[in-house]
Design a protein around this ligand. Structure first.
Ligand SMILES: [Zn+2]
Length: 295
């Protein structure tokens, strides 16, 4: 059967020496699919740019026995701007690897596709710090995939906030300082107030505003490490693309907040930067209307 769907190409697979291009695509209707595009590596082929990594395209698919065959591909948006910046490209490839693991197969994946397109859009236009785009993408995609943390209140006493808050990366829940002292347990990481506010915004705000908040530089680094620590603990695995992203700047070497990587000059204080606490509210960005029209 011939079907048309919009899709983001999230991986090019093993294409050496073949005229055809084999890809993994995140489609709106069928989730993650593996597909081949006949002759797509020919420069003359219209499908050539539409089936490259990070191309958002309208695909016409035939369903084969084991995989889909791309009969036609029309580019809708190619995120060329990401290819000019190695850090942004590394993050984009990490988001693609995450989507390949977390998005459903043979089921609609509209929300995943929308999240990915917005993430690439904000990464490309430079109006959001890459760490912020990373944190939103990690946490929101985890929530979509069923790994929703409980950030509403302390799991012990129901306090919304406290002088100290702690987060269990494994269980995805909060404990205030008192409850932590009463029920000592391992695997808790500090949850500074501004990081908690940002994570609440990411998880609980409507999709339209989940990328829109402001945060000071120090807070963004901690936020990015916190969402990453939660993601790695929940999924129990690493990601090559994430390792590559960190290899570009050793100061970003993976560490949980409170267990800073050695030699990280920004980690010496350990506290929250002055003024960072106010920043993580739901400040609506002026460029919300700039989201890709199809999102
Ligand atoms: Zn408590």
């Amino acid at each position: 059967m011939r079907q048309t769907t919009d899709a983001l190409i999230i991986r090019e697979n093993n294409n050496i020496g073949e005229a055809d291009r084999f890809v993994t695509a995140l489609t709106r209707e069928f989730g993650v699919v593996r597909a081949s595009a006949r002759g797509a590596r020919s420069i003359k082929s219209r499908a050539s740019s539409a089936t490259q990594l990070l191309s958002y395209s309208r695909l016409t698919l035939y369903r084969g026995r084991e995989k889909y065959i791309i009969d036609d591909a029309e580019p809708l948006r190619v995120f060329f701007e990401l290819r000019a910046d190695i850090e942004k490209l590394a993050l984009a490839q990490y988001f693609c690897e995450l989507a390949g693991v977390l998005a459903p197969r043979e089921e609609p994946a509209e929300d995943f596709l929308r999240l990915m397109l917005n993430a690439l859009h904000f990464l490309g236009n430079g109006k959001r710090d890459p760490r912020q785009v990373k944190a939103v993408t990690e946490l929101r995609m985890l929530a979509l995939a069923g790994f929703m943390p409980d950030l509403l209140a302390c799991a012990g006493c129901g306090a919304f906030e406290g002088e100290e808050m702690w987060f269990s990366l494994q269980e995805g829940l909060l404990l205030c300082g008192r409850c932590r002292a009463a029920r000592p347990q391992t695997g808790l990481t500090p949850m500074p107030g501004n990081v908690l506010a940002a994570m609440r915004h990411i998880v609980y705000s409507p999709f339209e505003s989940c990328f829109s908040f402001t945060m000071a530089d120090e807070g963004l680094s901690r936020l990015s490490r916190q969402t990453e620590g939660f993601l790695l603990a929940q999924l129990g695995r690493g990601f090559k693309t994430l390792d590559f992203y960190h290899s570009l700047d050793p100061r970003r070497l993976y560490a949980y907040p409170g267990e800073e990587a050695g030699g990280n000059p920004s980690a010496s204080g350990g506290g929250t930067a002055p003024g960072a606490g106010e920043g993580a509210g739901a400040e609506r960005g002026a460029d919300e209307e700039e989201r890709p029209a199809e999102c």
